[in-house]
Design a protein around this ligand. Sequence first.
Ligand code: MN
Length: 217
Amino acid sequence: MSLTLYKKKRSFKDTPEPGAKKKTVSKKGLTFVVQKHAASQLHYDFRLEMESVLKSWAVPKGPSMNPEDKRLAMMVEDHPYDYRGFEGTIPAGNYGAGTVMVWDEGSYEALGHEEEPVKKQEKILLEELKKGDVKIVLHGEKLKGAFALVRMKGKGDNSWLLIKKVDDEASETDITKKDRSVKTGRSLDEIAGKEKIKKTASKKTATPASLKKKSRV
Ligand code: MN
């Protein structure tokens, strides 16, 4: 996995986004994050930790808890692990300019392999990724239960579908109506209005949400 493309697309003196650093600390579980991103076109960035980076898909309509919805998910470049905590504004003129919210986050597992050690699960997930059929269980604040990411045939390598699998968490309620940050409770407008665009902001926003919540209490 490489962050070359991530680095190439960004000018780190102009954007508060995290630099292209790979994760160095080993942790117990795998994490996922969904970032709501008001770029030129609003979308949700769905990111799964694998091999110390975040495998990433841009989902224009956002995730759905309804198994009947098939949400287009365009695979984009790997993002650094630290990106999962990024919430703020990417200044105009930069790649992906616009406001980013940590819409959901949590841990995830390889569906059907939940009892396996994390390393083994990661290996299984990488194989599923190669095959274009990734099956996961999310433990987020908003997204819960089993999901599949399926690569579409004959549409190049980048077009995937994000689909909720049938389980007790499945629902017809529009989950995107929950539109505040799970990290700070802010709306997109609040993030856009209050964030100062400074290079020094990147360190602060890269703090893991778990630590941040504690320090806020
Ligand atoms: Mn994006």
